[in-house]
Design a protein around this ligand. Structure first.
Ligand SMILES: Nc1nc2c(ncn2[C@@H]2O[C@H](COP(=O)(O)OP(=O)(O)OP(=O)(O)O)[C@@H](O)[C@H]2O)c(=O)[nH]1
Ligand SMILES: [Mg+2]
Ligand SMILES: [Zn+2]
Length: 348
């Protein structure tokens, strides 16, 4: 009997020591994991990291695509700053408490550019990083807003990135809207931008769009409901994309896409279908950025009689003269002045 109890005790002891061992192991693993997740100022050992590109980002977690196109879920080390869809990140593996491998983003690589927007209460929110081309999507419904198009174009110039204008839903064309499409096309083509008229409903303009999106990373911007997701779906028929309903009452969409999505196209093209960006306001850091953003207006910079010309009432204004001579489009010039006014208002 005594012998048996001893045996039980011994077993308990062994069991205890096994449990202890597990606890110590897990504490050690946790330590590694926590060290990785915490802001670590010691130099990064890049030998056991891999590079991946962020395809979507939700709070402290993101999905990234490795160089061999494997999509992995990652935790993010603290204090890495803003991370956006399109960012290249360095990933290291750690083990979690259950011994399972976990990917941790330990650094964000230097970006070529970062598109930001102003969110609620003026907070600056990153939209996408390392963008080669901004595709400004407009449509016949909701109606094109040239001021918004110009705001996107100034954003593209300052990123810097190429810009392309797509006028979607031309199947809805009628006598009145035909003039809108023609005017927009002529205006932006004259300035030097590519303009593609398209209809996802009639599958018109698809090849032109596909060609324009090859060999670069593009982001689609434009009002909710213009058909950004429909364009992606049309050029990538096998991808599953949620297409939203357009509200018949207002002609506006319902902000169907809420998280940036990332798609591969033919010829190394990549497209990021951003959330509805109804409130997108490119953040101009200076009047110079606005002037630079209007590629047609900027060529008259420095040509006015007064070096501090506001281009409103002064004599010898090269810009007003250009408008009078038909060398500068009046609507673009007015949009430029309006953007300058809005910038100055903001600073008051
Ligand atoms: N008539 C017509 N309708 C279209 C066309 N392209 C898209 N639509 C419709 O427009 C609506 C909105 O399309 P989406 O692709 O969801 O619009 P979106 O720009 O992605 O909208 P958000 O994700 O909210 O920013 C859907 O009902 C589409 O079926 C087109 O070429 N012609
Ligand atoms: Mg969408
Ligand atoms: Zn002037």
């Amino acid at each position: 009997m005594l012998h048996y109890r001893c045996k039980l005790l011994n077993m308990a002891k062994r069991k205890l020591s096994k449990q202890q061992k597990r606890r110590i192991d897990s504490q050690q693993k946790n330590k590694i994991k926590n060290e990785l997740l915490q802001d670590n100022t010691s130099p990064l050992d890049e030998s056991n990291t891999q590079t991946a590109r962020v395809i979507s980002h939700h709070g402290r977690q993101l999905f990234a695509e490795t160089e061999n196109l494997e999509r992995i879920k990652c935790k993010i080390r603290q204090n890495l700053g803003d991370i956006a869809c399109g960012d290249y990140v360095l990933i290291q593996q750690a083990q979690d408490t259950t011994g399972e491998a976990q990917n941790v983003v330990v650094a964000v690589k230097e970006r070529t550019n970062l598109l930001v927007k102003t969110g609620f209460a003026g907070a600056i929110k990153p939209v996408a990083a390392n963008i080669g081309q901004l595709v400004v999507v407009t449509a016949l419904k909701p109606k094109p807003n040239p001021y918004l198009i110009d705001r996107y174009l100034t954003a593209a110039e300052n990123l810097p990135a190429k810009a392309l204008v797509i006028i979607n839903k031309i199947d809805l064309i009628d006598f009145e809207t035909k003039r809108i499409v023609d005017d927009l096309t002529r205006l932006y083509q004259n300035i030097g931008y590519d303009v593609i008229s398209a209809s996802m409903k009639q599958e018109a303009g698809l090849e032109e769009i596909s060609d324009a999106l090859s060999n670069t990373t593009s982001i689609l911007v434009g009002l909710s409901g213009v058909g950004k997701s429909s364009i992606v779906k049309a050029i990538l028929p096998r991808e599953e994309i949620k297409i939203g309903e357009t509200s018949e009452a207002t002609g506006e969409g319902k902000h169907t896409t809420t998280v940036s999505a990332f798609y591969h196209l033919k010829d190394n093209g990549i497209i990021i279908d951003s959330p509805g960006v109804r409130d997108f306001t490119p953040i101009n850091k200076s009047i110079d950025e606005i002037s630079y953003g209007f590629i047609d207006v900027r060529q008259f910079n420095g040509g006015c009689k007064f070096s501090n010309c506001s281009h409103r009432n002064e004599p010898g204004c090269a810009m007003k003269q250009a408008v009078a001579d038909g060398e500068l489009d009046e609507q673009r010039f007015n949009n430029y002045l309006r953007m300058v006014d809005e910038f100055n208002e903001k600073d008051k």
